[in-house]
Design a protein around this ligand. Structure first.
Ligand code: RIB
Ligand code: CA
Length: 318
């Protein structure tokens, strides 16, 4: 955070300036609302993940327009993983990536520069934070284009990985699995990563009573959020506890770190076919391991309160 002390000694918190790299995506939509409410959102960069980059880019522009922030630039990113084939998650996020919403092509133009060029340029800015809620493809491409990027940027707060069970396979979380090679590039380059893995995000559940509460709000984003959450609930894990709100955790970890606890660990990622994307805690002397910060616990009620407020009024702040 960028604290600016005042003469009376009380700290005023200026909103952290971030770029949000995302693959909207239902939970990405909630992450975008949280970012609008609590950060200086410099840009969105989009990536192939839940659905193809054509759709994730259109969805990003639509969500910003709906939230009343059409001037936030959207930079289109990678259309496929760096070295593997792309496999989407339409069964969870719907045909367009935003449930059953028929996403219009909003007026807000796509930025002229690519996601990688935007990430490289913006990382020259002091104190820039990158939040990533999709596969790490764009970050890996930025590192391969300019090795100094990994040292300049960071920490990167990423929703990805899992220390225990996966979600797309028994062992792997989707963002890590979709582009495991990109995760390996980032770890080997020493990118400073703070990760919000499934073991963390599964503690933050929202379900039908949140949808009902959102429907009672009088804002366009609240109604859309309710529609997205309804779809997510109908197509997600049915353990009666509601759906895990993965991506907003990575944004709120930047803006509300007091709601999380963290520990550092050496992490490796598998790029072998049968365990692709599995992230495991490695031995300390494993040279291929990246030393990253793992979010381990969360005040789920407080995080859900922030997600609900951001879904209702993404542009109010404080
Ligand atoms: O595994 C959950 C992650 O995969 C989330 O980012 C969700 O949006 C999907 O991309
Ligand atoms: Ca996502």
């Amino acid at each position: 955070h960028h604290h600016r002390g005042r003469e009376d000694g009380c700290l005023t918190m200026t909103a952290p300036a971030i770029v949000l790299d995302c693959d909207p995506g239902i939970d990405d939509a909630f992450a975008i609302f949280c970012a609008l409410r609590h950060t200086e959102l410099l840009a969105l960069t989009t990536v192939d993940g839940n659905v193809d980059v054509e759709n994730t880019t259109r969805n990003a522009r639509y969500l910003l327009d709906l939230a009343g922030a059409p001037s936030v630039p959207v930079h289109r990113g990678a259309s496929r993983p760096i070295r593997s084939t792309s496999q989407h998650a339409r069964q969870v996020h719907g045909p367009s990536g935003l449930g059953l919403v028929d996403v219009p092509d909003v007026a807000a133009p796509e930025a002229a520069t690519s996601a990688v060029d935007a990430l490289l340029a913006l990382s020259e800015r002091d104190g820039l934070m990158v939040v990533a809620t999709g596969p790490l493809t764009n970050l890996a491409l930025a590192i391969e284009q300019d090795r100094s990027f990994a040292d300049r940027v960071g920490p990167v707060h990423w929703m990805g990985g899992a220390i225990d069970a996966g979600n797309v396979t028994a062992t792997a979380e989707f963002n890590s699995w979709h582009d495991a090679d990109a995760v390996e590039v980032c770890l080997r380059a020493g990118l400073e990563l703070t990760t919000y893995g499934l073991d963390l995000t599964r503690q933050v559940r929202m379900g039908t009573h949140h949808t009902a509460a959102l429907r009672r709000k009088r804002s366009r984003t609240a109604i859309l959020a309710a529609d997205l959450l309804d779809y997510y609930e109908a197509h997600g894990t049915q353990d009666g506890l509601g759906q895990p709100m993965h991506d907003p955790c990575a944004v709120l970890g930047v803006t509300h770190p007091q709601l999380f606890s963290y520990e550092r660990a050496p992490i490796v990622v598998s790029t072998q076919a049968e365990t692709r994307g599995q992230t495991t805690i490695a031995s300390a002397d494993d040279s291929s391991a990246g030393s990253i910060t793992l979010a381990r616990s969360v005040d789920a009620d407080a995080v859900i309160t922030e997600i609900m407020r951001a879904a209702e009024h993404p542009l109010a702040n404080g």
